[in-house]
Design a protein around this ligand. Structure first.
Ligand code: ATP
Ligand code: MG
Length: 698
């Protein structure tokens, strides 16, 4: 040892220092406070420069307290390489190191050796070391202790043990504190999760606390898609890098998440880049770099519903403690996710039922166990002609009037008893005050889990339309039979007359008879052709034979005989058609049929007045207007006008011939040409049909 300093003069003892330290450290419960107090007390008491260093858990740096004899303590952070405490980790006991024995390179780069002139007495902290893995390695250094002074290697030992006790107490306390904090966070998290039903808020609740307690860069949740078993990552958790990317999806077993989901076991991987399970393409496309992953499965009962990943531990490696923490929240998290799903399912189901309920064309009504109306859809309101306010909460038997025996109450009783599959009755529903609507009402009870009646649902089908269809069908048969029978009877009669020789000697007469036969056969043929045309339209033959059609030619061909017919009937016929109409892409035969039917109808259903055909070209479309001053079409007939075989009651009553196929074919034909058909009519005043067809570009 180097001499030259004043020899120690004091009666100071290690024991006295021990006592001072014990007093000082009694209330200090954090490691940093202990280190600072130790450095200060020893320095001031021994009049030496004292250094106390404490390593961080990863061994990257030391927190260092340097105290000269005057007590002017400073705190610093030295990188491990510059701290020169390395010697100790090998020795694990107190030792004295001479400065001159060290390689100059080491001395120059050392923070510690800057402080020492000749030598340093090193004491490992805690001492003896290795008692607890919780305690990071530290060192107590006395700089240039004079020979034979207060401390030597043996006398320092009991003091070091004493200090170590305080340090360990601090570390234990720290661990308990940390566990308490972790427990509090996990507790908070789980209790807030149990009260959450929205996936979004689950995700936002989980991210921050998990990031904080584990000290990781990011957290992600992958959910197993039930249908495919793929794992789909929740993008909103992944941070801005991932927002622009398509959803990340892993096949079953793919990547670390896939492995965890399929094995149902957690993993800690501190260097994912060397792990063959790691799926690189996500990092490639996002630019994010994954270093370490802690991944745990999320289970509901035995099913794995997803995985929770903590990514990139910020201070070193994932530990078993991190795993324990993450596992502590997976149970509540999985349950919360499952609940949120179920809730979302229930909501979706509810919305679906509401949509069906609201949009059914049938009237629907629900009635609760007390017999009060709980809901009614728009179709019901318009069928019964009531406001919803007149129904809700009221007794159904009082507000819904059926003309069956016992009224609505009788039907309700049958539905609740439900001996029949679905009880239903055909009766009339009072519409507003006076009218009655024919309806078919059926009902079904809805039971709760305890199998008690909670509600019953009633469906009201408007029979008016069905009746109308039935009437149309009857009319059609009647028409067909009538239309076919008349010419057939005539043909038969004249043929018989000829066979009986009634015109044997009279060739003019025979000629007339044959003329009648010919005309009536023509009529039959026309009717058959019309029916064939309908069949052809349905078979969509037009699209297959499309060509440029000149409407002028169609009108030139079609209008003169119809005009003649109108004139013969005593009507005025007017036509205004430009000579150079643009062509139309389509089928000539169909276009002919469209206009022929419309003009034919106009002439047929007009007893006196004018029939006019007007044509104009507007914005690349051709508009043809067929107007008459005939019997008109009642408003109630409008919904059925273009249906097959439909004829208005007025037309039938007036005995105007027809099969009711014309307008059906017109509408089909116009639609197949990409055009539109519009009708305006006032009963007793007249009708205007307007056809718009797209003009073809030549
Ligand atoms: P078809 O055309 O098959 O020989 P139809 O003329 O009776 O028979 P549609 O052309 O389909 O049948 O017309 C259907 C019904 O619409 C007619 O029966 C008639 O009641 C009504 N209708 C059509 N056009 C007019 C019109 N211009 N004025 C008044 N009623 C019309
Ligand atoms: Mg017609």
């Amino acid at each position: 040892m180097i001499t030259g300093d004043a020899p120690p003069t004091t009666t100071k003892t290690v024991h006295a220092l021990w006592e001072r330290l014990t007093r000082e450290l009694a209330d200090v419960l954090d490691a940093h406070g202990i280190c600072a107090a130790v450095a200060y007390e020893i320095a001031v008491y021994s009049e030496l420069t004292v250094v106390v260093g404490l390593s961080d858990p990863q061994g990257k740096y030391y927190d260092v307290w340097v105290c000269p004899p005057n007590g002017n303590i400073t705190q610093a952070r030295w990188p491990t390489g510059k701290a020169s405490f390395r010697l100790l980790s090998a020795a694990n006991r107190p030792l004295v190191q001479q400065k001159y024995q060290l390689p100059p390179k080491e001395v120059i780069s050392s923070e510690l050796w800057l402080l020492a002139r000749d030598e340093v007495l090193f004491v490992p902290l805690p001492f003896p070391a290795g008692r607890s893995s919780l305690v990071p390695a530290g060192a107590l250094c006395l700089i240039d202790p004079p020979a034979g002074y207060l401390f030597d290697i043996t006398s320092i030992e009991p003091l070091a043990i004493h200090i170590s006790t305080f340090l360990e107490r601090a570390f234990l306390r720290h661990r308990t504190d940390r566990q308490e904090v972790e427990f509090a966070i996990v507790y908070d998290l789980t209790s807030s999760l149990t009260s959450t039903l929205s996936l979004d808020s689950i995700f936002s609740q989980i991210t921050d606390p998990v990031r904080r307690i584990l000290n990781v860069e990011t957290v992600s949740i992958g959910l197993v898609e039930p249908a495919s078993g793929d794992i789909i990552f929740v993008d909103m958790l992944m941070g801005p890098l991932f927002r622009q990317l398509p959803t990340i999806r892993l096949k079953p077993g793919q990547g670390i998440a896939g492995w965890v989901a399929s094995q149902g076991e957690p993993v800690i991987i501190n260097n994912v880049q060397t792990d063959e399970r790691f799926y690189r393409s996500v990092d490639h496309s996002s630019g994010f770099r994954t270093n370490s992953i802690l991944c745990v499965p999320l289970r509901v009962e035995q099913r794995v519903i997803g995985v929770l990943e903590a990514i990139n531990k910020q201070d070193g490696n994932f530990s078993d403690n991190d795993l324990r923490l993450l596992q502590a929240i997976t149970g509540p998290l999985a349950a919360a996710l499952e609940n949120a799903w179920l809730h979302a399912d229930v909501l979706a189901e509810k919305r679906r039922i509401e949509t069906i309920f609201a949009n059914m064309s049938e009237g629907m009504l629900t009635v609760n166990a007390e017999g009060r109306v709980t809901a009614a859809n728009d179709a019901f309101l318009s069928l019964a002609q009531v406001e919803v306010g007149q129904l809700l909460g009221r007794l159904a038997s009082e507000v819904i009037h059926l003309n069956n025996e016992g009224g609505f109450a009788a039907l309700m009783a049958r539905v609740i008893d439900s001996a029949e599959e679905v009880p239903h009755i055909a009766c009339e529903l009072a519409q507003g005050r006076e009218e009655q609507v024919p309806v078919l009402v059926s009902g079904a009870p809805i039971h709760n889990e305890a199998n008690e009646l909670s509600e019953a649902i009633y469906v009201f089908s408007d029979l008016r339309q069905i009746r109308e269809v039935e009437r149309m069908r009857d009319d059609f048969f009647h028409n067909i039979v009538h239309e076919l029978r008349t010419p057939l009877a005539t043909i038969l009669m004249y043929a018989r007359l000829l066979r009986e020789g009634k015109a044997r000697d009279d060739s003019a007469k025979a000629d007339r008879f044959l003329g009648v036969i010919e005309r009536e056969s023509d009529r039959l043929q026309r009717m058959v052709r019309q029916m064939l045309q309908v069949a052809k339209l349905n078979a969509r033959e037009i699209q297959r034979s499309s060509e440029l059609v000149r409407l002028n030619a169609v009108f030139d061909d079609m209008l003169p005989p119809l005009a003649e017919q109108a004139l013969q009937k005593g009507l005025t016929f007017s036509q205004r058609i430009p000579a150079d109409l643009p062509p139309v892409m389509g089928n000539q035969e169909t276009l002919y049929m469209i206009f022929k039917n419309l003009v034919d109808n106009a002439v047929k259903f007009t007893m006196s007045g004018t029939v006019s055909v007007k044509c104009l070209v507007q914005d690349e479309s051709i508009q043809v207007e067929v107007r008459d001053e005939g019997i008109g079409i009642p408003r109630s007939a409008m919904p059925n006008l273009f249906k097959r075989f439909y004829r208005t009651q007025t037309a039938v009553e007036r005995g105007i011939a027809g099969t009711g196929l014309g307008l059906y074919m017109v509408k089909e034909g116009v639609e197949k040409h990409g055009g539109s058909l519009d009708v305006q009519s006032v009963e007793g005043k007249g009708t205007t049909f307007t056809v718009r067809l797209p003009a073809a570009v030549e």
